[in-house]
Design a protein around this ligand. Structure first.
Ligand SMILES: Cc1cc2nc3c(=O)[nH]c(=O)nc-3n(C[C@H](O)[C@H](O)[C@H](O)COP(=O)(O)OP(=O)(O)OC[C@H]3O[C@@H](n4cnc5c(N)ncnc54)[C@H](O)[C@@H]3O)c2cc1C
Length: 332
């Protein structure tokens, strides 16, 4: 069969696109390389979101956090997985990575690890975290350095180094302090205050900044501003300071939480132009890329965060459905 629409990725953007496609009666399929909402599943255990339910929901008024105004990782995961499987019964193949999207002149061949599909249109919603930035420090080993922070409790009473200047690093440093670890935090930025480039992003959240400063005042956290981690040793790490001098800090483990760029290799191989900011070139009105019929939505685009991921795909799918209906009636 030929699908009207194949959606790559079942995060908030892919799920929103799938629900819109279902409502528009399109023959659609979502292909997801991991689990439903895999990115959210990889958040630290118990993490509260900074978004309110209305920014996360597929259907307004259906996500009700139990404590406080913001949902936790577990509440969002329960919400997306139950809705996608039991309630909306969205057509999703999980654990089926897309390996290639080949334009065939008027449509696409979508090749996964398990099958080859035909589609009239394709939406890529593979998110913004496909290529995590690496530390590239001398002496680094997987046993000494983790790129994912799951929870703090195993590190109680240990000395830990966190590297990175974003919210993931800030929240990990705070969780580790609160769980009784001795924390060193190396970040390139000169302070925790918002920078001009944070203007259209979230910056370090104020409700994380304040308790971090309290941890510093209590001597539980040492912040090494304007430093870069350059070497991992068996029980310590070396930081390079701005002036070039080296500082050795003790650490039983290192969390390198440095952020990520989207993986655009699938799009580039399909012929989509990639901009210097490592994001695909697309028409901001329609989200269509330089390859006609191939669209991008979600954190892969410049419309970041869930509040966009759960809104933009609706208009993109509505426009696709309208154009497909017109082209069918024109040829029918
Ligand atoms: C720790 C943490 C906390 C965050 N907290 C918030 C928050 O509170 N509020 C907020 O708005 N944002 C938050 N974000 C950002 C938020 O997760 C993203 O904005 C959101 O997930 C974007 O949704 P998406 O559907 O575009 O991408 P994703 O959720 O990343 O989904 C992309 C999906 O595509 C799949 N995929 C990738 N490649 C392929 C392939 N080749 N084939 C098939 N499937 C593929 C992935 O497995 C993934 O499931 C947070 C991020 C992190 C890391």
């Amino acid at each position: 069969m030929t699908y009207d629409l194949i959606i790559v990725g079942a995060g908030p953007a892919g799920l929103t696109a799938a629900y819109a496609a279902q409502q528009a009666n399109l023959a659609y399929l979502v292909l997801e390389r991991g689990a439903i909402a895999q990115t959210v599943a990889e958040y630290p255990i118990g993490r509260p979101l900074f978004s309110t339910p209305d920014e996360v929901e597929l259907i307004p008024g259906t996500l009700k956090p139990k404590a406080g105004p913001k949902p936790t990782r577990e509440e969002v995961l329960t919400y997306y997985t139950r809705l996608a499987t039991r309630e909306l019964r969205l057509a999703i193949h999980t654990y089926e990575a897309v390996q290639a999207i080949i334009p065939t002149g008027g449509g696409f061949q979508v090749i996964s690890a398990k099958n080859v599909y035909q589609a009239r249109r394709v939406i890529v919603a593979t998110g913004g975290f496909g290529r995590p930035y690496r530390l590239n420090a001398r002496g680094e080993t997987p046993a000494r350095v983790s790129y994912r922070f799951v929870e703090a409790f195993p590190f109680a009473g240990q000395t830990v180094l966190v590297v990175g200047g974003g919210n993931s690093a800030a929240e990990a440093a705070l969780d580790l302090c609160q769980a009784g670890a001795e924390v060193h935090w190396s970040l390139r930025r000169p302070s925790l205050d918002p920078r001009p480039e944070d203007a259209d992003r979230v910056g370090i959240k104020p409700w994380v900044r304040a308790p971090l400063r309290e941890c510093v005042a209590r001597g539980e956290l040492t912040i090494h501003y304007a430093t870069t981690c350059v070497e991992i040793l068996p029980t310590s790490a070396r930081l390079r300071c701005q002036a070039g001098s080296l500082l050795e800090v003790p650490c039983a483990h290192v969390f390198a939480l440095l952020g990520a760029a989207p993986d655009v290799s699938l799009l580039a191989a399909a012929g989509v132009a990639i901009a210097p900011d490592e994001r695909p070139v697309y028409d901001p009105e329609t989200n269509e890329t330089s390859v006609p019929g191939l669209y991008v939505v979600g954190h892969l685009t410049r419309e970041l965060h869930m509040k966009n991921a759960t809104v933009v795909p609706r208009r993109v799918v509505a426009a696709i459905a309208q154009r497909l209906t017109h082209s069918s009636s024109a040829t029918g």
